[in-house]
Design a protein around this ligand. Structure first.
Ligand code: ADP
Length: 161
């Protein structure tokens, strides 16, 4: 049985920080399912189709990764996918509290599925989708922080040069 992890998130949009985490995850797991969440309370900038498309194009040359969406309970979804673990990223102390609560809730819901945290690469410790959008909407230069397809989509959305 291959060792599978589910990497869930909003990916609104996917950034180089997410991609870095996936590359690190592939050193540990045989296969990663990048799963874009649909039923979140969070308002998203990009539709689920747009987010999926950006994830798919950004990862088209990466083997051992599949792209999916999920709604409902993450632990149940992970089990259906035969995943042994949920992969999440940590950037700074500020991520810890939320991620800790989420991991504890998921453990309570299903003690069989472990949450595995990986540290981002140093280059991306400051990078989150929300800060990125904040910079992009005000015309900040976000080149080099996101895959080309995401850069183009943000450019279209916010109309910067
Ligand atoms: P969510 O809404 O589920 O937090 P995100 O797309 O914001 O979805 O993040 C998905 C996961 O990726 C989270 O665990 C988050 O901490 C992690 N992550 C996001 N950006 C980075 C980054 N720059 N480096 C490492 N991990 C990151």
């Amino acid at each position: 049985m291959p060792d599978i992890a589910v990497y869930p998130g909003s990916f609104d949009p996917i950034t180089n920080g997410h991609l870095d985490l996936i590359q690190r995850g592939l050193k540990i797991f045989d296969h990663i399912i990048v799963s874009v969440a649909t039923n979140r309370f969070k308002q998203s900038l990009f539709s689920i189709e747009e987010r999926m498309e950006m994830v798919r194009i950004s990862l088209q040359d990466t083997p051992n990764v599949t792209i999916d969406t999920f709604n409902g309970l993450l632990v149940e979804y992970a089990k259906q996918q035969n995943a042994r673990a949920i992969l999440r990223g940590l950037r700074a102390v500020t991520d810890f509290e939320y991620e800790f609560q989420l991991a504890m809730m998921n453990r309570r819901l299903d003690p069989e599925i472990e949450t595995v945290f990986l540290m981002t690469g140093l280059r991306w410790v400051f990078l989150s989708s929300s800060i990125l959008k904040e910079a992009a909407v005000h015309g900040g230069n976000i080149e080099g922080m996101v895959p080309e397809i995401v850069y183009q989509k943000l450019r279209k959305k916010f109309g910067f040069a």
